[in-house]
Unconditional design. Structure first.
Lengths: 268, 304
């Protein structure tokens, strides 16, 4: 019903927005190969020397290690607790169910700074020294929500009749879980785990309040950008972080038909 | 298989069997057992933290020792409400959040409309993926990209100069914050708007056309009201995320670009006045609560 001019204008608009969304991201990849250590455009030439120096920077390595350790542990905790919550909420109808499901969305709905400062004062009130474990506690809290959302969405779409059939045929609870439920939700679990890891690997706001003097990779990046030092290495690390966060999301989207990645609204 | 089991005595250590029948007899037991660990985590860690934060907001610190004095008072809130410095900062934060939201609506709506109503199925799903990807590409990376673009010898000035325009030095200003926030949160506006528009049946648009409505009249009277819940849902994200942010103001903002989040952060870190930070942190929560209440009236929650 739109005129051809309207269609053309809409198409042009869509193209412009896509350029607006992608040019800045692609630009960082260019700068990662910049021969100069001054960040100006156009870049004078291409080199891979910064990849070498970044890889050999002990600070970057330590930060990467901490990020991976915190991310994997937080994801593991989130996987267990998040799926427990999803199963409970899916199966049962009990008093206060809506309150519980609202509660599980809070860490994503409230601004990250609230979660961060709340956990910070909780730890200092309880006399807990900030360590990798406090980072993990913070990350697991919002990662749990991602797993919960993914598993719950999958459970709602699977048919209870399969489970009932298995039970009728004499399978016990463990067999039903191992042979029916787990295969049905496995891709949702993998997708949830990947999104959770991507979220944790990139998190900076909650982390600044729970890390103390430790540096995860995003905290390292934030510090370098703020003080304007080692920017060539920042370009390399940032390019790497983009890839590490995007690749799991692409896989997760494939496993869940796009729903999973779209269902995580606030990225913190 | 079952005949084998019949007549055999119950397996020893059969704690599992009574337990299973217990689960069977008490149907609420299983969800309770499943829900206990995550709920315990949430209540002990998260809710306790939030409650503690709220209580801390009513405490104060000893100005000499910077120790927290656990005496109930509302001084922090009085300072926030009366000191013009904080009123300016709150106004700047909320104002920019509103401006970013409006900008994102304007940028997102035509694209969402194109995705939902004009593009072919294939283009539609490609665009959907293309909008989602930047959302997941590191937040810091996307803010940092704009430092590279906006700096004095960056891409923006190079492009302007190559087409004969004067250089624009908007790096490290409120304008830069506006641009960067609008960029970072744009996908959050596109997705719910698109979802709402996709649910508008084509037959309605055809009916409007059959009844003689011009395209712009159809857009104004049919499409916009039906898409409104989606737009409001998107605005919850763009508004709330800007309101609680403190990274972008540090990275691309200038001297007069402090946000609520920055003051909160410096009060936790440098000034070590956690009670004041806690009180100030309640401000975005209160603003968001009011906003959500309005959004609920507009039916945004069905569109989330």
């Amino acid at each position: 019903m739109e005129g051809s001019w309207t269609r053309l204008a809409l198409r042009a608009w869509a193209a412009l927005i896509l350029l607006f969304l992608f040019i800045p991201i692609l630009l960082i990849f260019f700068y990662a190969f910049n021969t100069s250590n001054i960040e100006s455009w156009p870049i004078p030439g291409l080199t891979t020397k910064w990849f070498n120096s970044t890889w050999n920077d002990p600070d970057v390595r330590a930060a990467l290690l901490l990020s991976v350790q915190a991310g994997l542990t937080a994801t593991a905790v989130a996987l267990v607790l998040g799926s427990c919550a999803a199963f409970a909420i899916h199966r049962a109808s009990f008093f206060g169910r809506d309150v519980v499901s609202l509660l599980f969305v809070l860490p994503l709905a409230l601004p990250g700074i609230i979660t961060g400062i709340a956990l910070n004062s909780f730890f200092s009130f309880g006399g807990v020294t900030l360590s990798i474990w406090t980072i993990i506690v913070g990350h697991a809290t919002f990662c749990m929500v991602v797993v919960y959302n993914n598993v719950l969405a999958r459970l709602r779409r699977t048919q209870g009749s399969l489970i009932e059939a298995a039970m009728d045929l004499g399978a016990n609870g463990f067999q039903v879980f191992r042979d029916i439920t787990l295969p049905l939700i496995s891709t949702a679990l993998v997708a949830g785990a990947m999104l959770a890891f991507a979220l944790s690997f990139d998190e900076v706001i909650v982390t600044t309040f729970t890390a103390g003097s430790q540096r995860t990779l995003p905290i390292w990046i934030f510090g370098q950008i703020r003080h304007g030092v080692l920017l060539p290495e920042v370009n390399v690390v940032v390019s790497f972080v983009i890839l590490v966060t995007i690749i799991p999301v692409v896989i997760a989207a494939r496993l869940t038909g796009g729903g999973g990645a779209a269902r995580v609204p606030a990225a913190r | 298989m079952s005949s084998e089991a019949v007549g055999r005595p119950r397996p020893k250590g059969g704690g599992a069997v009574p337990f299973r029948s217990l689960l069977w007899r008490l149907p609420w037991l299983r969800p309770l057992l499943l829900l206990t660990p995550p709920m315990a985590w949430f209540v002990v860690v998260y809710l306790a933290s939030l409650v503690l934060l709220l209580i801390t907001a009513f405490w104060s610190i000893d100005p000499f020792t910077t120790q927290i004095v656990r005496v109930w008072n509302t001084d922090n809130f009085r300072i926030i409400l009366t000191d013009p410095t904080y009123r300016t900062i709150i106004g700047r934060t909320a104002g920019l959040a509103a401006l970013v939201t409006v900008t994102d609506v304007v940028l997102a709506f035509p694209l969402a409309y194109y995705m939902a109503k004009v593009a072919s199925r294939r283009v539609q799903s490609l665009l959907f993926a293309a909008v989602l990807l930047p959302l997941w590409a590191s937040y810091l990376a996307r803010a940092y990209a704009w430092i590279l673009i906006l700096n004095h010898s960056g891409v923006l000035n190079w492009s302007l100069q190559s087409i004969g325009l004067p250089a624009a030095n908007i790096g490290y200003t409120n304008a830069a914050m506006w641009l960067v926030f609008s960029y970072i949160w744009l996908p959050f506006m596109i997705i719910p708007t698109y979802a709402a528009l996709e649910r508008v049946p084509d037959s309605l648009l055809e009916a409007a056309a059959d009844l003689g409505a011009r395209p712009w009249r159809t857009t104004l009277d049919v499409v916009l009201p039906l898409a409104l819940p989606g737009v409001v849902a998107g605005s919850i994200f763009t508004f709330s995320l800007t309101l609680g942010d403190y990274i972008t103001p540090v990275l691309v903002g200038g001297a007069g670009s402090q946000f609520i989040g920055n003051v909160v952060y410096s009060n936790v870190g440098i000034a070590n006045n956690v009670p004041f930070a806690a009180a100030l942190a309640t401000v975005p929560v209160v603003i968001m609560a009011v906003y959500l209440l309005i959004a609920q009236r507009l039916g945004a929650f069905e569109a989330l």
